[in-house]
Write a protein that binds this ligand. Structure first.
Ligand SMILES: Nc1nc2c(ncn2[C@@H]2O[C@H](COP(=O)(O)OP(=O)(O)O)[C@@H](O)[C@H]2O)c(=O)[nH]1
Ligand SMILES: [Mg+2]
Length: 390
């Protein structure tokens, strides 16, 4: 009904505080701030932020009619504004809101998909984003269809509108299939490359973490590369891999990956699985955390949740407390009670503490190769009786 938003469009942001016990007032403020950065990352000009408090979402409009009127009044004189909701809207809510407000309404999932669409550079990235967008769209078409079906009084009564929907769905289905095939092919190529790498038995390190924590900056300072780093959410979508050399650990590969964020649209996680699987294949995960963010504990949780979803939960993880230059934390290494490295404190931007990261990776690499030595030292032809070797 309305055009997609463009760079520079004025945006009105809407966030509802449902006052649930798990989300404190601080969390809510932080979510709003993050959402604003998300909108700015999409190139939108934030004109106003509307906050509401409700016990639960209104089934028709998500917000109350009073809030809707308030927003409508803000729109007077700004006919080209877009309204962005920091929530998932049902297709019906989206439609009702657009009708009531007379302008384009976008929910959180669509916004994230739009950002991904703007940023995708590689062929694989583009295919993945298009697939995610179509899948997101198809859930909307399906719901529109059942909605119409009910209006028409049930099965067997096909109006022209429904036929159109069916056609749309079929075309969509065909395109989705083509894209899935393409992805499969790209994935096979990736597998071959990966196998070539692993045959050489090079240790692989993947940098993971919440979006905007400084992964690309860290990747650059570690490998002296120039991966794009910016104060934008999802500046990097494609995995970039580089070789590096650590005197005591030898050659290894380091990969910069896409960041995670809470409420990542599911279609997106599914479409990016192939890219994320690069992460799953890593020997070591360097999990970057923004030490200066008050929400870092939840961010760590969100990242670990996605890692578990893609099957990377068991990979040894090194936590990096980054951006310490913004705090009074000193650079260094934290160990657990067994003496194993648990955390590195550093700043990727100033370079403070980066030697600790190198040291930690070297130590983890050494403990991995001694584990492998132990495994190959056990003769598999001799039946194992209990755990007799020490
Ligand atoms: N103060 C400070 N800023 C940092 C540090 N590391 C990264 N940044 C900034 O944080 C923003 C996001 O960095 P980026 O590397 O793109 O994060 P990514 O999304 O995790 O890849 C950029 O503006 C960086 O300059 C750091 O150690 N200290
Ligand atoms: Mg990045």
């Amino acid at each position: 009904m309305f055009d997609r938003p463009e760079s520079g469009d004025a945006a009105i942001l809407v966030a509802v505080d449902f006052g649930s016990r798990s989300i404190s007032a601080l969390d809510f403020a932080e979510r709003c701030e993050e959402f604003e950065l998300l909108c700015k990352s999409a190139g939108l000009r934030v004109q106003a932020s509307v906050k509401a408090k409700r016990a639960k979402a209104d089934p028709a409009l998500f917000i109350g009619s009073g809030k809707a009127t308030e927003i409508k009044e803000m729109l007077v004189g700004h006919p080209n504004s877009v309204i962005l909701f920091n929530h998932a809207l049902s297709p019906a809510q989206e439609r009702n809101l657009e009708r009531a407000l007379g302008c384009r309404v976008i929910d959180r999932a669509s916004l994230i998909l739009d950002i991904f669409a703007q940023r995708a550079k590689s062929h694989e990235g583009k295919v993945q984003v298009e697939l995610a967008q179509l899948e997101h769209l198809s859930t909307r078409l399906v719901r529109g269809w059942t909605h119409l079906e009910r209006q028409r009084g049930g099965i067997g009564l096909r109006g022209p509108g429904e036929t159109q929907l069916e056609t749309d769905r079929r075309l969509l289905g065909t395109r989705v299939k083509v894209l899935r095939e393409k992805l499969k092919k790209l994935r096979r190529q990736r597998d071959v490359q990966r196998r070539a790498r692993s045959r050489r038995d090079i240790l692989s390190v993947s940098i993971v973490g919440y979006t905007n924590t400084g992964k690309s900056t860290l990747f650059n300072s570690l490998t002296h590369a120039r991966s794009y780093a910016a104060d934008k959410l999802f500046a990097t979508l494609d995995t970039t891999t580089r070789r590096m050399y650590l005197p005591a650990a030898g050659n290894l590969t380091v990969s910069d990956t896409v960041g995670f964020i809470r409420d990542l649209p599911h279609a997106l996680v599914a479409a990016f699985r192939a890219t994320l699987e690069e992460t799953v294949q890593a020997d070591i995960l360097v999990h970057v955390v923004d030490a200066s963010s008050p929400g870092r504990a939840q961010q760590i949780e969100q990242v670990n949740q996605v890692l578990a979803e893609i099957g990377a939960a068991a990979i040894p993880q090194l936590l990096v407390l980054n951006k310490i230059d913004r705090t009074d934390i000193r650079p260094g290494i934290d160990r657990d009670e067994c003496g194993t490295i648990a955390r590195v404190r550093m700043s990727a931007k100033t370079g403070q503490g980066i030697e600790h990261l190198r040291e930690a990776i070297t130590e983890m690499a050494a403990s991995r190769s001694s584990r492998e030595l132990l495994n190959t030292a056990i003769d598999p032809t001799v039946p194992e009786v209990g755990n007799t070797y020490v």
